[in-house]
Write a protein that binds this ligand. Structure first.
Ligand code: B4P
Length: 193
């Protein structure tokens, strides 16, 4: 099985591209953001606790998302691999994912990093707020905090993946179709070899 991380700051297009890539390459799309929002929508105890954290733009505790991902990995059948979207978001999550995959005879094959400038990120998220009603998109201060949290806690994963030789930057500015083409070319390099 082939395992890809789709990576980038909030608003870089991770979720948008993941849905299409998962379909094209028969990958299981695992988005921790979607899983957390599903807990909130279902009104679970976990969802109630996490919604307050997410509304400020901070990250939820590592153990919460690591447990969610482990459960999904073990229940997934018949896919060519996994596309991890928005996970990992800390070096601790990355180490946990690597260990989880290694224990199951797999590894992280590639980290695809969408590169988008700050102003474009803010523009996209403000636009999405109008359509999605997501509380973390509505407030510009929360958007800025999410970008700051990304730089402080998530970006260090790039160095971790660089050392493993799996870091692949991708220009994340342009039409959704163009960016899909760039990502598809990179993934095809694995699936066709
Ligand atoms: P996520 O759900 O991962 O949210 P996100 O970073 O905003 O990215 P998303 O994938 O949704 O958006 P996309 O860039 O595709 O996380 C939300 C919160 O959950 C986090 O802040 C955190 O609190 C918590 N969380 C999730 N995972 C966690 C973890 N592992 N550990 C701890 N906490 C965790 O798209 C943005 C917008 O841009 C869309 O409207 C889209 O249409 C638009 N867009 C995309 N591509 C475009 C393009 N090329 N041109 C123009 N617009 C484009």
């Amino acid at each position: 099985m082939l395992n890809f991380l789709i990576f980038g700051p909030p608003g870089s297009g991770k979720g948008t591209q993941s849905v299409r890539l998962a379909e094209k390459f028969n990958l299981k799309h695992l988005s921790t953001g979607d899983m957390l929002r599903a807990e909130i929508a279902a009104g679970t105890e976990l969802g109630k606790k996490m919604s307050a954290i997410m509304a400020t733009g901070e990250l939820v505790p590592d153990e919460v998302v690591i447990e969610m991902i482990a459960a999904r990995i073990d229940s997934t059948k018949d896919s060519a691999g996994f596309l991890f979207d928005g996970f990992p978001r800390t070096v601790a999550q990355t180490e946990a994912l690597e260990a989880m995959l290694n224990e199951r005879g797999m590894k992280i094959d590639s980290m695809l990093v969408l590169d988008v400038d700050h102003d474009e990120l803010v523009k996209r998220l403000i636009l999405r707020a109008e359509l999605s009603g997501r509380p973390d998109d509505k407030d510009p201060a929360v958007i800025e905090n999410r970008i700051d949290v990304y730089k402080a806690k998530t970006e260090p994963i790039i160095e971790f993946c660089r050392q493993r030789g799996i870091y692949q930057p991708v220009d994340g500015v342009g039409s959704i179709d163009d960016i899909f083409g760039r990502l598809s070319n990179l993934i095809s390099g694995y699936t066709e070899s």
